[in-house]
Design a protein. Structure first.
Length: 432
């Protein structure tokens, strides 16, 4: 090798090797459809089939560029904009890695950014001619834990790394832990988390729960795994816990609230709020009795979910996934006449989120023993704040002809009766 030629020492098989660094025309490179930095995003992309069919065709490479830019067609993520700005100001400082055939092992995002900036070349270290899929995946894995190359991999992309090295190369947990520089127990946890995600995706149907949905739920899944491990001798309890927490994730509850969701959450807290909701009971009934092309939910009988039985968590999760899959729920007219009502998934999700938030709030108060004495006052404070919010909401729609003032008056009467009942109880307790 020419002693004056630029080289880069990189991990290679069981050691490392000095590899030549050259400038390659961007037009002679192809983006890597197997890059683990974008695997989850690519799997979640609506045009992933184009890449699966022929990953090096022009239209497939366009899909990869879109994914690498980090946003929908024509847009860019903040991270990608930062890469563009850095390359424009400083140029390419670190070499990428490429095969002799022109496949970019890493630096796919940098290559895309350089092209977007109008540059013609990319600096890359060239792998030996005998580099195969195993070596390419292995060097990507090792580069991603080296500080000079490290752009954070998303949670789900790390899970896919573990999945690939297990299924493709038969790595055991000890070896994967060594490669990723994490504890063996962390690898086992990642494996269980991915199994849970894959199960949820299968139950939901193709495209309903993209892998990227779980990217911001690493802590929630970690704590779910911890709780499930404590219950592992009770399979039914684990299933109720899993379904309840997945339901709460779909309702956009953060991990702090999810800590208080246990295997009995649906029976103890959620079903009460579900019964009081104005939309969900009818929506569940409609989805359990198919309308037109909507699928029937196996095991979900009419309003069965509102019975605080052991299967309630599973039933409600199945309803939620089916509603999300269908995109809407059609509620047939009542027996006394009227018109059918179509409720979009966004509205169903809004009602579900409100109900789950109220239930997790209740659970949070009750699970914290130190707050039990404060719970009555906290509930009253929340009720008072909601009454104020209701007044403000009424101000915004008071001139709308569709406003049902009779219903509002009925709710006010119910509220006044509840306040009077509680007030009488407090007076009785004070007179003891």
């Amino acid at each position: 090798m020419d002693p004056h030629r630029e080289t880069e020492r990189l991990p290679w098989r069981d050691g490392d090797r000095a590899l030549p660094v050259v400038e390659v025309p961007l037009a002679a490179t192809v983006l890597n459809p197997r890059s683990h930095r974008i695997r989850a995003q690519l799997e979640s992309h609506p045009q992933r089939g184009v890449v699966d069919q022929d990953p090096f065709a022009d239209d497939a490479q366009d899909v990869l560029r879109e994914v690498l830019r980090g946003g929908p067609a024509g847009s860019e993520s903040d991270e990608y904009k930062a890469i563009l700005a850095n390359l424009a100001a400083e140029g390419q400082r670190n070499a990428g890695v490429i095969t002799v055939e022109g496949l970019l092992v890493n630096a796919n995002r940098r290559a895309t950014a350089l092209s977007d900036l109008g540059r013609e070349y990319v600096r890359v270290a060239v792998l030996p001619e005998d580099a195969g899929p195993r070596e390419i995946d292995q060097i990507e894995l090792r580069l991603q834990v080296q500080e000079d190359y490290k752009e954070p991999y998303t949670f789900t992309n790390r899970l896919v790394f573990v999945e690939d090295f297990t299924t493709l190369y038969d790595y055991n947990d000890d070896r994967i832990a060594g490669e990723l520089r994490v504890a063996v127990s962390d690898v086992a946890r990642m494996r269980r988390s991915l199994a849970l995600i894959r199960d949820a995706q299968q139950r939901a149907g193709d495209g309903v729960l993209p892998l990227t949905f779980f990217d911001d739920k690493e802590q929630s899944l970690r704590e779910l795994d911890d709780a499930a491990q404590r219950l592992r001798d009770d399979a039914e309890a684990v299933a109720r816990l899993r379904d309840a927490r997945l339901l709460c994730m779909l309702a956009e509850q953060g991990y702090a609230r999810l800590r208080n969701v246990d295997e009995d959450f649906v029976a103890e807290y959620l079903h009460v709020h579900l019964e009081e909701d104005e939309v969900l009971p009818a929506a569940v009934a409609a989805m359990s009795a198919p309308v037109d092309d909507q699928p029937e939910l196996p095991g979900l009988g009419e309003l069965e979910v509102f019975d605080a039985g052991g299967s309630a968590a599973e039933d409600l999760l199945e309803f939620t996934l089916a509603a999300k899959r269908a995109g809407q729920v059609e509620i047939p007219p009542a027996e006394d006449g009227g018109q059918s009502q179509v409720i979009d998934w966004e509205d169903v999700h809004g009602h579900l989120s409100a109900v789950v938030e109220s239930a997790t709030y209740d659970a949070t108060l009750d699970r914290q023993a130190a707050n039990r004495l404060l719970a009555p006052a906290n509930y009253l404070r929340q009720a008072s704040e909601n009454v104020v919010r209701a007044g403000r909401a009424l101000d915004r729609v008071e001139s709308d002809a569709g406003l049902d003032l009779h219903k509002l008056a009925d709710h006010c009467t119910d509220l006044a009766d509840a306040v009077q009942t509680l007030s009488d109880k407090i007076v009785r307790l004070q007179s003891r």
